[in-house]
Design a protein around this ligand. Structure first.
Ligand code: P6P
Length: 337
């Protein structure tokens, strides 16, 4: 049941019963993510005012310069999830390895692991463009009462119990799913409360927006080149509009509302794609499918891919179902020729 003006807290309580096999832990987990989102939002919104922008001087496991807000957001989510004593493990884009959590020495009784990209699109921070946090939640698969292992994190996306993002844009929103549709909540900064603003979000079956970094065109596989040319043809429904923010969460969010497709394919620069399977592609794919959209690597469903490494990358094509189908058609045709 959804109604606008409902707060996120009220929504969580009202839908508690629909979370299968949980004793309120998943609700408390979503609540802790809500708190962390407010903490990070506060810093993101004043990035230009204090000395918190610019590189932190370190590099993350991806070899990317860490922005100070990356580090801040990473610490905020890990601290909040740890203090609330809800999860037994966390993996983050900003951490080389996963973190086993046994705060208050509860003997590893917690059942959930969380994987996060604490601040995606962070290269946009210094130019005041929207950035986002992406999260993915699984039940652990190793025995409760023992420390988590890598197996708890290397689960297929189709095993996720919750996923979502926070977009720090012209307004700050939490958009998430627990497998019963996708709902969006907008922060009222005056009182620090998230209100239901986008109930039951759905990708339009079709769209006319394509999002890809065309600067890499020469490096793309032939199927993607052919699909981009298809988008640009002079036809009754084309050319489509090209919109690319350079922030996955923002491009995804706009495409889910208006209809569209986002592509980060493999290329000679990124032979297996740039985006990470576990904490970017799988959570966005769960949201896409829950919103009647589709997410693939160009050939197979993202959420059916068996992960082999914590930070592995995959090609990512996601959005309106008919558009992803068409892109996959071009990929298949190019593969046959
Ligand atoms: P490029 C941000 O680093 C990110 O992971 C996504 O948010 C974004 O869509 C993409 O990479 C941008 O990458 O190579 O086009 O700058």
């Amino acid at each position: 049941m959804t109604n606008t003006n409902q707060t996120l807290g009220e929504f969580i309580i009202e839908n508690q019963a629909s979370f299968k096999y949980t004793s309120g832990e998943l609700s408390r987990l979503i609540n802790s993510l809500r708190l962390a989102a407010k903490v990070v939002n506060h810093e993101v919104n004043k990035a230009g005012l204090v000395d918190i922008i610019g590189a932190a001087g370190d590099q993350n496991v991806q070899g990317e310069d860490q922005q100070k807000l990356d580090v801040y957001a990473n610490d905020a989510f890990i601290r909040t999830l740890t203090k609330r004593n809800i999860v037994c493990g966390i993996a983050s884009e900003e951490e080389d390895d996963f973190i086993s959590i046994n705060s208050q020495d509860k003997n590893h009784q917690n059942k959930y692991v969380v994987l996060i990209d604490p601040l995606d699109g962070s290269s946009n921070i210094d130019v005041n463009v929207s950035v986002g946090t992406i999260f993915s939640v699984y039940r652990r698969v190793t025995p409760v009462g023992t420390p988590v292992t890598i197996d708890d994190f290397l689960q297929k996306g189709n095993k996720q119990v919750a996923a979502g993002y926070i977009v720090y844009g012209t307004s700050t929103m939490i958009v998430y799913t627990t497998g019963h549709g996708v709902n969006g909540f907008t922060l009222n900064p005056a009182i620090g409360t998230f209100y239901m603003s986008h109930p039951n979000m759905q990708f339009p079956e079709d769209g006319n927006i394509y999002s890809v970094n065309e600067g890499n065109y020469i490096r793309f596989p032939q199927g993607i080149k052919d699909y981009i040319k298809y988008c640009q043809e002079e036809k009754e429904d084309r050319p489509y509009t090209s919109r690319y923010i350079g922030s996955l969460v923002s491009d995804f969010h706009r495409n889910m509302i208006k209809g569209g497709i986002y592509m980060y394919p493999e290329s000679s620069k990124y032979p297996t794609g740039k985006l990470r399977l576990l904490y970017e592609c799988n959570p966005m794919a769960f949201l896409a499918e829950q919103a009647s959209g589709k997410a693939s690597d160009g050939y197979q469903r993202i959420m059916d891919i068996q992960p082999t490494e914590l930070h592995q990358r995959v090609p990512f094509i996601c959005g309106s179902r008919n558009m992803v189908d068409k892109a996959e058609e071009f990929m298949a045709k190019a593969k046959e020729s």
